[in-house]
Ligand binder design. Structure first.
Ligand code: RUB
Length: 302
């Protein structure tokens, strides 16, 4: 279980961040763990995997992409008549590698679709670090776009975005999170990623809810770049998406005793403030996205 615990720790401490990177690492650790165990039966094998899955699930509660990919790998390798543990193991590893390939391909599809939505010479506002968003923006290099990115307090993931875009030769300006309002007003589009897609909107890095309010007020279109793997099927079954609360020390390490600090990692973006979710299957409004997921990914709702 060592590699599972270590990976969960890295995810928890944000050494691995962003929904997609979290899903990749969890899948890798899951596969490596499956290789090392020697259970006597199919039942025992899946019981061991369930324990590993639980540790990874608990590392960050607002990450349905990770949960969906692990769920899918387990579901697909279990839903058959095969009893031989070695064969099931092989099958699980093939599914894991296929899912990783699919995540790469779907990111590329989102990037191709998203690129078409961005006009030439546009000024784009983004927040935090989303590898899906940066994949779209990098494809727009020849369109002479300009990007404003937030620093993203308290852990500054915006610096990862800034580094990536500057390296790609895109004119990028970093702003402090609290100066977002006046900058959004000047932009042609807000483009953010998502950690979770629910029935009523999406969850993304804290600050996204304020950004989306101002985009709405100033009539700046807001798009979310996120694949279907990020849909949280639990929301259909009645649960609310859980917003991860992070260590107050990230905000102020030596804070005065008795000071209360709140440090939620994510924030809800209401569906009415989203012009479209850019997925691998096309751009959808939040009203139809649930039906689309149900049609294209029925296993999610099993
Ligand atoms: C990252 C964040 C990203 C989404 C999407 O938060 O909010 O916008 O995870 O990322 P954190 P991607 O740094 O807390 O993980 O598009 O790469 O899946």
């Amino acid at each position: 279980m060592k590699q599972i615990i270590e990976t969960a720790e890295k995810i928890k401490k944000l050494k691995i961040q962003g929904a997609r990177n979290v899903a990749y690492s969890a899948l890798d650790a899951f596969g490596k763990y499956a290789k090392t165990i020697n259970p006597k039966s199919k039942k025992e094998f899946f019981e061991e995997l369930k324990k590993a899955k639980k540790i990874l699930f608990e590392s960050r509660p607002t990450e349905p992409m990770m949960r969906n990919t692990l769920r899918y790998a387990m579901y697909m390798s279990n839903v058959n008549e095969i009893e031989n543990v070695g064969d099931i193991k092989k099958m699980l590893l093939i599914y894991i590698s296929d899912i990783k390939k699919e995540l790469e391909e779907s990111k590329e599809k989102v990037a191709e679709i998203g690129e078409k939505r961005i006009p030439k010479n546009a000024t784009i506002f983004t927040h935090c670090h989303s590898s899906t968003v940066t994949a779209i923006l990098k494809k727009c290099k020849s369109k002479n776009i300009k990007v404003f990115c937030t620093e993203t307090r308290p852990l500054y993931q915006g610096r990862t975005t800034a580094k990536e875009l500057v390296k790609a030769g895109i004119e990028t300006t970093m702003i402090v999170d609290s100066s977002s309002k006046d900058i959004i007003k000047k932009c042609d589009m807000v483009l953010i990623g998502a950690d979770a897609i629910g029935l009523d909107g999406v969850y993304n890095k804290i600050g996204s809810g304020v950004i989306s309010h101002f985009a709405e007020i100033y009539d700046v279109p807001l798009y979310v770049a996120a694949e279907s793997w990020k849909f949280d099927p639990e929301t259909v079954k009645g649960k609310m998406t859980v917003v991860e609360q992070r260590d107050p020390k990230e905000v102020w390490d030596n804070a005065p005793k008795n000071l209360k600090i709140l440090n939620p990692a994510f924030e809800f973006v209401e569906k009415d403030e989203i012009n479209g979710i850019i997925t691998e299957d096309g751009i959808f409004t939040t009203d139809v996205i649930h039906d689309m997921f149900r049609k294209n990914h029925p296993w999610m709702f099993e």
